[in-house]
Design a protein around this ligand. Structure first.
Ligand SMILES: Cc1ncc(COP(=O)(O)O)c(C=O)c1O
Length: 380
Protein backbone atom coordinates (compact mmCIF):
# COMPACT_ATOMS: atom_id res chain seq x y z
CA UNK A 1 0.00 0.00 0.00
CA UNK A 2 1.43 3.40 -0.98
CA UNK A 3 1.29 5.83 1.92
CA UNK A 4 1.71 9.60 1.75
CA UNK A 5 2.90 11.16 4.97
CA UNK A 6 1.54 14.55 5.93
CA UNK A 7 4.61 15.25 8.04
CA UNK A 8 7.60 14.03 6.03
CA UNK A 9 10.25 16.07 7.81
CA UNK A 10 9.26 15.39 11.38
CA UNK A 11 12.31 14.58 13.52
CA UNK A 12 11.93 12.27 16.53
CA UNK A 13 10.70 14.29 19.54
CA UNK A 14 13.68 15.69 21.41
CA UNK A 15 11.71 15.31 24.65
CA UNK A 16 11.35 11.59 24.09
CA UNK A 17 14.96 11.23 22.94
CA UNK A 18 16.41 12.99 25.99
CA UNK A 19 14.05 11.37 28.49
CA UNK A 20 14.83 7.88 27.13
CA UNK A 21 18.56 8.63 27.27
CA UNK A 22 18.21 10.00 30.82
CA UNK A 23 16.46 6.81 31.88
CA UNK A 24 18.99 4.52 30.19
CA UNK A 25 21.86 6.40 31.80
CA UNK A 26 20.21 6.85 35.19
CA UNK A 27 20.74 10.61 34.75
CA UNK A 28 18.91 13.40 36.60
CA UNK A 29 16.20 14.35 34.14
CA UNK A 30 15.85 18.12 33.81
CA UNK A 31 14.86 17.76 30.16
CA UNK A 32 11.12 17.23 29.84
CA UNK A 33 8.80 19.83 31.35
CA UNK A 34 7.03 18.11 34.20
CA UNK A 35 7.31 18.17 38.00
CA UNK A 36 8.84 15.24 39.87
CA UNK A 37 6.77 16.03 42.97
CA UNK A 38 3.16 15.18 43.77
CA UNK A 39 0.14 17.38 43.19
CA UNK A 40 -1.99 18.62 46.12
CA UNK A 41 -3.60 15.56 47.82
CA UNK A 42 -6.85 17.54 48.02
CA UNK A 43 -7.02 17.66 44.21
CA UNK A 44 -6.39 13.92 44.00
CA UNK A 45 -9.12 13.30 46.56
CA UNK A 46 -11.56 15.44 44.57
CA UNK A 47 -10.79 13.37 41.46
CA UNK A 48 -11.29 10.10 43.35
CA UNK A 49 -14.56 11.42 44.84
CA UNK A 50 -15.85 12.40 41.39
CA UNK A 51 -15.31 8.86 40.12
CA UNK A 52 -16.90 7.34 43.22
CA UNK A 53 -19.82 9.74 42.89
CA UNK A 54 -20.60 8.36 39.43
CA UNK A 55 -19.30 11.06 37.06
CA UNK A 56 -17.90 8.47 34.72
CA UNK A 57 -19.80 9.08 31.48
CA UNK A 58 -19.40 11.72 28.78
CA UNK A 59 -19.35 15.37 29.78
CA UNK A 60 -21.07 18.01 27.62
CA UNK A 61 -19.12 19.02 24.51
CA UNK A 62 -17.83 22.34 25.86
CA UNK A 63 -17.17 20.98 29.34
CA UNK A 64 -19.30 20.87 32.50
CA UNK A 65 -20.93 24.19 33.22
CA UNK A 66 -19.56 24.66 36.78
CA UNK A 67 -16.01 24.35 35.45
CA UNK A 68 -16.64 26.76 32.59
CA UNK A 69 -18.16 29.21 35.09
CA UNK A 70 -15.20 29.11 37.42
CA UNK A 71 -12.76 29.46 34.47
CA UNK A 72 -14.73 32.47 33.32
CA UNK A 73 -14.55 34.07 36.80
CA UNK A 74 -10.84 33.36 37.06
CA UNK A 75 -10.09 35.06 33.73
CA UNK A 76 -12.32 38.00 34.59
CA UNK A 77 -10.78 38.54 38.00
CA UNK A 78 -7.20 38.26 36.70
CA UNK A 79 -7.45 40.00 33.34
CA UNK A 80 -10.70 41.99 33.46
CA UNK A 81 -12.19 40.24 30.42
CA UNK A 82 -15.51 38.41 30.59
CA UNK A 83 -15.92 35.22 28.53
CA UNK A 84 -19.42 33.78 28.58
CA UNK A 85 -19.20 30.26 30.07
CA UNK A 86 -21.81 28.93 27.65
CA UNK A 87 -20.43 30.20 24.36
CA UNK A 88 -16.86 31.30 24.91
CA UNK A 89 -15.07 28.62 26.89
CA UNK A 90 -14.30 25.00 25.99
CA UNK A 91 -12.59 22.47 28.25
CA UNK A 92 -9.98 20.53 26.27
CA UNK A 93 -7.65 17.55 26.47
CA UNK A 94 -4.70 19.65 27.56
CA UNK A 95 -3.52 22.78 25.81
CA UNK A 96 -2.11 20.65 22.98
CA UNK A 97 -5.59 19.66 21.82
CA UNK A 98 -6.80 23.25 22.18
CA UNK A 99 -3.92 24.47 20.00
CA UNK A 100 -4.41 21.75 17.39
CA UNK A 101 -8.17 22.31 17.27
CA UNK A 102 -7.74 26.08 16.88
CA UNK A 103 -5.30 25.57 14.02
CA UNK A 104 -7.53 22.95 12.36
CA UNK A 105 -10.54 25.26 12.67
CA UNK A 106 -8.98 28.32 11.05
CA UNK A 107 -6.00 27.40 8.89
CA UNK A 108 -6.71 26.50 5.27
CA UNK A 109 -4.30 25.03 2.70
CA UNK A 110 -1.89 27.72 1.56
CA UNK A 111 -2.50 29.99 4.56
CA UNK A 112 0.51 31.42 6.29
CA UNK A 113 0.91 31.22 10.06
CA UNK A 114 3.55 33.29 11.83
CA UNK A 115 5.47 31.44 14.52
CA UNK A 116 8.16 33.05 16.67
CA UNK A 117 11.26 30.86 16.96
CA UNK A 118 12.42 29.13 19.08
CA UNK A 119 8.94 27.70 19.62
CA UNK A 120 7.29 24.85 21.47
CA UNK A 121 7.26 21.92 19.11
CA UNK A 122 3.55 21.29 18.49
CA UNK A 123 2.68 24.39 16.44
CA UNK A 124 4.43 23.70 13.13
CA UNK A 125 3.30 20.07 12.62
CA UNK A 126 -0.29 21.12 13.38
CA UNK A 127 -0.08 23.91 10.79
CA UNK A 128 1.49 21.67 8.16
CA UNK A 129 -1.10 18.91 8.76
CA UNK A 130 -3.76 21.45 7.69
CA UNK A 131 -1.82 22.41 4.55
CA UNK A 132 -0.76 25.70 6.13
CA UNK A 133 2.67 27.28 5.77
CA UNK A 134 4.60 28.17 8.93
CA UNK A 135 6.38 31.51 8.54
CA UNK A 136 9.19 31.44 11.06
CA UNK A 137 10.34 34.67 12.68
CA UNK A 138 13.43 34.37 14.90
CA UNK A 139 13.45 36.01 18.32
CA UNK A 140 16.55 37.99 19.30
CA UNK A 141 19.15 35.27 20.01
CA UNK A 142 20.52 36.92 23.17
CA UNK A 143 17.41 37.67 25.21
CA UNK A 144 14.57 36.20 23.12
CA UNK A 145 12.75 39.51 22.78
CA UNK A 146 10.60 40.07 19.68
CA UNK A 147 12.02 42.09 16.82
CA UNK A 148 8.74 43.78 15.86
CA UNK A 149 10.11 45.08 12.59
CA UNK A 150 11.04 41.56 11.52
CA UNK A 151 7.64 40.40 12.67
CA UNK A 152 5.88 43.15 10.76
CA UNK A 153 7.80 42.26 7.59
CA UNK A 154 6.59 38.66 7.89
CA UNK A 155 2.92 39.69 7.65
CA UNK A 156 1.50 39.20 4.16
CA UNK A 157 -1.92 39.04 2.57
CA UNK A 158 -1.75 35.27 3.09
CA UNK A 159 -1.26 35.52 6.86
CA UNK A 160 -4.21 33.76 8.47
CA UNK A 161 -2.90 33.35 11.98
CA UNK A 162 -0.17 34.41 14.40
CA UNK A 163 0.87 32.17 17.29
CA UNK A 164 2.41 33.64 20.43
CA UNK A 165 3.48 32.02 23.67
CA UNK A 166 3.93 33.96 26.90
CA UNK A 167 5.51 33.08 29.32
CA UNK A 168 7.66 31.50 26.67
CA UNK A 169 8.91 27.95 26.42
CA UNK A 170 11.87 27.42 26.00
CA UNK A 171 13.31 30.87 26.87
CA UNK A 172 11.39 31.84 30.03
CA UNK A 173 10.86 35.29 28.51
CA UNK A 174 7.53 37.09 29.03
CA UNK A 175 5.75 39.57 26.76
CA UNK A 176 5.59 43.08 28.21
CA UNK A 177 2.60 45.39 27.97
CA UNK A 178 4.50 47.25 25.23
CA UNK A 179 4.88 44.00 23.28
CA UNK A 180 1.14 43.43 23.46
CA UNK A 181 0.35 46.99 22.38
CA UNK A 182 2.78 46.67 19.50
CA UNK A 183 1.15 43.42 18.40
CA UNK A 184 -2.29 44.97 18.75
CA UNK A 185 -1.23 47.84 16.51
CA UNK A 186 0.27 45.56 13.86
CA UNK A 187 -2.82 43.35 13.69
CA UNK A 188 -5.35 46.21 13.72
CA UNK A 189 -7.45 46.35 10.55
CA UNK A 190 -6.48 42.80 9.47
CA UNK A 191 -8.44 39.51 9.58
CA UNK A 192 -5.56 37.74 11.25
CA UNK A 193 -6.46 35.37 14.07
CA UNK A 194 -4.23 35.30 17.13
CA UNK A 195 -3.58 32.01 18.88
CA UNK A 196 -2.13 32.69 22.32
CA UNK A 197 -0.48 29.87 24.21
CA UNK A 198 -0.59 30.93 27.86
CA UNK A 199 -0.04 27.60 29.59
CA UNK A 200 2.43 29.17 32.04
CA UNK A 201 0.17 32.16 32.83
CA UNK A 202 0.47 31.62 36.61
CA UNK A 203 4.25 31.12 36.59
CA UNK A 204 5.68 34.65 36.40
CA UNK A 205 8.51 35.93 38.61
CA UNK A 206 10.04 39.01 40.22
CA UNK A 207 6.75 40.86 40.81
CA UNK A 208 6.03 41.05 37.10
CA UNK A 209 2.54 40.34 35.81
CA UNK A 210 1.32 38.07 33.06
CA UNK A 211 0.10 40.08 30.09
CA UNK A 212 -2.68 37.90 28.75
CA UNK A 213 -4.06 38.82 25.32
CA UNK A 214 -7.42 38.88 27.15
CA UNK A 215 -6.39 42.20 28.69
CA UNK A 216 -6.20 43.94 25.31
CA UNK A 217 -9.57 44.25 23.62
CA UNK A 218 -8.06 44.75 20.16
CA UNK A 219 -6.29 41.41 20.62
CA UNK A 220 -8.91 39.52 22.64
CA UNK A 221 -11.54 40.08 19.95
CA UNK A 222 -9.42 38.12 17.42
CA UNK A 223 -7.83 35.60 19.81
CA UNK A 224 -8.10 32.06 21.05
CA UNK A 225 -6.36 31.75 24.41
CA UNK A 226 -5.12 28.30 25.44
CA UNK A 227 -4.37 27.22 29.02
CA UNK A 228 -3.29 24.04 30.80
CA UNK A 229 -4.38 22.65 34.17
CA UNK A 230 -1.52 20.18 33.83
CA UNK A 231 1.01 23.01 34.14
CA UNK A 232 -0.90 24.92 36.82
CA UNK A 233 -1.70 22.04 39.18
CA UNK A 234 1.33 19.75 38.65
CA UNK A 235 -0.81 17.16 36.83
CA UNK A 236 0.63 17.11 33.30
CA UNK A 237 -0.49 13.47 32.94
CA UNK A 238 -4.15 14.48 33.30
CA UNK A 239 -4.00 16.32 29.96
CA UNK A 240 -6.64 18.86 30.90
CA UNK A 241 -6.84 22.45 29.67
CA UNK A 242 -9.16 24.96 28.08
CA UNK A 243 -9.60 27.48 25.34
CA UNK A 244 -11.30 30.89 25.69
CA UNK A 245 -12.38 32.94 22.68
CA UNK A 246 -15.16 35.25 21.52
CA UNK A 247 -18.39 33.51 20.51
CA UNK A 248 -17.89 33.57 16.71
CA UNK A 249 -14.42 32.05 17.02
CA UNK A 250 -15.50 29.54 19.64
CA UNK A 251 -18.36 28.35 17.43
CA UNK A 252 -15.85 27.30 14.75
CA UNK A 253 -13.47 25.87 17.35
CA UNK A 254 -16.23 23.67 18.75
CA UNK A 255 -17.16 22.30 15.31
CA UNK A 256 -13.70 20.72 15.12
CA UNK A 257 -13.59 19.88 18.84
CA UNK A 258 -16.83 17.89 18.48
CA UNK A 259 -15.28 15.46 16.02
CA UNK A 260 -11.82 15.54 17.43
CA UNK A 261 -12.55 14.45 21.02
CA UNK A 262 -16.16 15.54 21.65
CA UNK A 263 -15.38 16.18 25.32
CA UNK A 264 -12.61 16.04 27.91
CA UNK A 265 -12.40 13.68 30.90
CA UNK A 266 -15.54 14.10 33.00
CA UNK A 267 -14.51 13.20 36.58
CA UNK A 268 -11.39 15.35 36.31
CA UNK A 269 -13.56 18.27 35.23
CA UNK A 270 -15.62 17.81 38.42
CA UNK A 271 -12.45 17.85 40.52
CA UNK A 272 -11.04 20.91 38.78
CA UNK A 273 -14.33 22.80 39.09
CA UNK A 274 -14.13 22.41 42.88
CA UNK A 275 -10.44 23.03 43.19
CA UNK A 276 -10.40 26.12 41.01
CA UNK A 277 -12.89 27.84 43.32
CA UNK A 278 -10.02 28.65 45.69
CA UNK A 279 -7.77 31.21 43.95
CA UNK A 280 -4.97 30.47 46.44
CA UNK A 281 -4.59 27.15 44.60
CA UNK A 282 -3.00 29.02 41.68
CA UNK A 283 -2.10 32.53 42.82
CA UNK A 284 0.91 31.27 44.82
CA UNK A 285 2.37 29.37 41.89
CA UNK A 286 4.66 32.16 40.72
CA UNK A 287 6.32 32.43 44.12
CA UNK A 288 6.57 28.65 44.43
CA UNK A 289 8.48 28.32 41.16
CA UNK A 290 10.45 31.53 41.69
CA UNK A 291 11.95 29.87 44.77
CA UNK A 292 12.87 26.86 42.66
CA UNK A 293 14.41 29.06 39.97
CA UNK A 294 16.42 30.89 42.65
CA UNK A 295 17.56 27.63 44.19
CA UNK A 296 18.68 26.41 40.77
CA UNK A 297 20.52 29.65 39.96
CA UNK A 298 22.12 29.88 43.40
CA UNK A 299 23.33 26.33 42.91
CA UNK A 300 25.03 27.46 39.71
CA UNK A 301 27.05 30.22 41.43
CA UNK A 302 30.66 29.80 40.43
CA UNK A 303 29.85 27.65 37.39
CA UNK A 304 30.91 28.48 33.84
CA UNK A 305 27.36 28.65 32.56
CA UNK A 306 25.97 32.08 31.70
CA UNK A 307 22.31 32.99 31.94
CA UNK A 308 19.58 35.60 32.04
CA UNK A 309 17.25 34.63 34.92
CA UNK A 310 14.02 33.16 33.62
CA UNK A 311 11.07 35.60 33.89
CA UNK A 312 8.44 32.87 33.89
CA UNK A 313 7.68 29.17 33.09
CA UNK A 314 9.67 26.49 34.89
CA UNK A 315 12.58 26.54 32.49
CA UNK A 316 16.00 28.14 32.65
CA UNK A 317 18.27 28.53 29.63
CA UNK A 318 21.99 28.18 30.21
CA UNK A 319 24.58 29.43 27.74
CA UNK A 320 27.58 27.08 27.71
CA UNK A 321 29.74 28.91 25.17
CA UNK A 322 32.46 29.47 27.83
CA UNK A 323 32.71 25.72 28.32
CA UNK A 324 32.90 24.15 24.86
CA UNK A 325 32.33 24.75 21.14
CA UNK A 326 30.43 21.47 20.80
CA UNK A 327 27.04 21.54 19.09
CA UNK A 328 24.24 21.85 21.61
CA UNK A 329 22.80 18.43 20.78
CA UNK A 330 26.21 16.78 21.21
CA UNK A 331 26.85 18.64 24.45
CA UNK A 332 23.40 17.76 25.83
CA UNK A 333 24.01 14.09 25.06
CA UNK A 334 27.51 14.16 26.57
CA UNK A 335 26.20 15.93 29.67
CA UNK A 336 23.61 13.18 30.10
CA UNK A 337 25.91 10.24 29.40
CA UNK A 338 29.11 11.41 31.10
CA UNK A 339 27.85 13.72 33.84
CA UNK A 340 24.36 12.41 34.52
CA UNK A 341 22.24 15.53 33.91
CA UNK A 342 19.74 15.62 31.04
CA UNK A 343 18.60 18.86 29.39
CA UNK A 344 17.13 19.98 26.06
CA UNK A 345 19.30 21.52 23.32
CA UNK A 346 17.66 24.71 22.04
CA UNK A 347 18.67 24.40 18.38
CA UNK A 348 15.83 21.92 17.82
CA UNK A 349 13.34 24.74 18.50
CA UNK A 350 15.18 27.32 16.36
CA UNK A 351 14.68 28.39 12.77
CA UNK A 352 17.15 26.38 10.60
CA UNK A 353 18.25 24.60 13.80
CA UNK A 354 20.59 27.52 14.54
CA UNK A 355 22.84 26.67 17.45
CA UNK A 356 23.37 29.48 19.96
CA UNK A 357 25.04 27.12 22.47
CA UNK A 358 22.14 27.02 24.87
CA UNK A 359 20.49 24.25 26.83
CA UNK A 360 17.11 24.31 28.57
CA UNK A 361 16.80 22.97 32.11
CA UNK A 362 13.46 22.30 33.83
CA UNK A 363 13.53 23.35 37.49
CA UNK A 364 10.08 21.95 38.39
CA UNK A 365 11.89 19.42 40.53
CA UNK A 366 12.30 18.50 44.20
CA UNK A 367 14.87 20.45 46.21
CA UNK A 368 17.09 17.42 46.47
CA UNK A 369 17.02 16.81 42.68
CA UNK A 370 17.95 20.44 41.99
CA UNK A 371 20.79 20.31 44.51
CA UNK A 372 22.22 17.13 43.01
CA UNK A 373 21.96 18.58 39.48
CA UNK A 374 23.60 21.92 40.30
CA UNK A 375 26.38 20.19 42.23
CA UNK A 376 27.28 18.41 38.98
CA UNK A 377 26.76 21.46 36.73
CA UNK A 378 29.08 23.57 38.92
CA UNK A 379 31.97 21.21 38.16
CA UNK A 380 31.67 21.45 34.37
C1 LIG B 1 4.34 26.21 25.60
C2 LIG B 1 3.55 24.96 25.80
N1 LIG B 1 2.35 24.87 25.23
C3 LIG B 1 1.59 23.77 25.37
C4 LIG B 1 2.03 22.70 26.11
C5 LIG B 1 1.16 21.49 26.24
O1 LIG B 1 0.29 21.58 27.34
P1 LIG B 1 -0.61 20.33 27.75
O2 LIG B 1 0.26 19.35 28.45
O3 LIG B 1 -1.69 20.91 28.62
O4 LIG B 1 -1.16 19.77 26.48
C6 LIG B 1 3.29 22.74 26.72
C7 LIG B 1 3.81 21.59 27.45
O5 LIG B 1 5.00 21.47 27.71
C8 LIG B 1 4.06 23.93 26.56
O6 LIG B 1 5.27 24.03 27.13
Amino acid sequence: MALRTKLPDLPPSIFTTMSVLAKEQGAINLSQGFPNFDPDPQLLQLAANAMQDGYNQYAPLGGIYPLREVISSKIESLYGKYYHPEHEITVTVGATQALFTAIAAFVWPGDEVIVLKPAYDCYEPSIIAQGGIPVLVPLEPKDHSVDWELFSNAISNKTRMVIINTPHNPSGRIFSKEDMLQLQELLAGTDIILLSDEVYEHIVFDNQVHESVSKFEGLASRSLVCASFGKTFHVTGWKMGYCAAPKELMKEFQKIHEFNVFCANHPLQRALAQYLKAPENYTGLGEFFENKRDQFLEGLQGSKFRYIPSQGTYFQLLDYSDITVEKDIDFAIRLTVEKGVASIPISVFNKDQTDHKMLRFCFAKKEDTLNKATEILRTI
